[in-house]
Design a protein around this ligand. Structure first.
Ligand code: GTP
Ligand code: ZN
Length: 205
């Protein structure tokens, strides 16, 4: 019998002191070689409901202070919430640009500068609006001993994906932090075309 290569693997963990608090970082890798990380803060029991955020990589928002999207603000707010609560988990998935990659996201931004919205730009480039997979979250949460979660998101696809993987989503916590004049239109499109649960008054002109 041939042994099948696992689709995802845990690699290693280490301390990660940050400006927000002292986290731990845990590395995971897909069979394709794609790397992902999880951050954990504090301790919990197997039976606890753990506050988590599943965050997709956004180099421009997360690391370069871009206000074109809400990613950087949400990342910081989610980590701050974990520190305030005393425990929590961030699953940081390296699927930049909703899965199309960094340079294609820049191509999509170029089309948006010329008037398309975020979904039209993806489609113009030959991609679906959202190409992300959340399958690796199951292994990440198992490794971190998390069974029940309170998920910080406005994205119903993330709730559905976790439930499909057998993770109990006890509650969804809205995270509508970081709506700016530069990203109002993007947030409106996410709400109207991708089903995000933002209150419409947040992006009204
Ligand atoms: N293709 C494309 N991707 C974008 C654009 N703006 C932001 N992104 C990507 O969208 C993703 C946003 O991911 P998340 O922060 O997980 O957020 P979300 O799916 O909007 O859901 P929330 O949990 O509610 O924040 C990141 O991968 C960004 O790089 C855009 O205009 N086009
Ligand atoms: Zn972003």
């Amino acid at each position: 019998m041939t042994s099948q290569q696992p689709k995802y693997e845990y690699v290693s963990s280490a301390k990660l002191p940050t400006r927000l608090g002292n986290f731990r970082i845990h590395g995971f890798v897909e069979a394709s070689g794609q790397e992902h990380v999880a951050l954990s803060y504090g301790d919990w029991k197997e039976s606890d409901v753990v506050p988590i955020r599943i965050h997709s990589e956004c180099l421009t928002g997360d690391a370069l202070f871009s206000t074109r999207c809400d990613c950087g603000y949400q990342l910081e707010k989610a980590m701050a919430n974990m520190v305030e609560k005393g425990f929590g988990v961030l699953l940081y998935l390296r699927q930049e640009g909703r899965g199309i990659g960094l340079l294609n996201k820049i191509r999509a931004y170029n089309l948006q500068d010329a008037g398309m919205d975020t979904v039209e730009a993806n489609e113009h480039l030959g991609f679906d609006a959202d190409l992300r997979s959340y399958d690796i979250c199951k292994l990440m949460l198992e490794k971190l001993n998390v069974n029940k979660v309170e998920l910080m998101t406005n994205n119903p696809r993330k709730v559905a994906a976790l439930e499909k993987l057998g993770v109990e989503v006890v509650a969804r916590k809205p995270i509508d932090h970081g709506i700016t004049k530069d990203n109002k239109h993007y947030i409106k499109t996410k709400t109207e075309k991708l089903g995000h649960a933002f209150d419409p008054h947040l992006f009204k002109d």
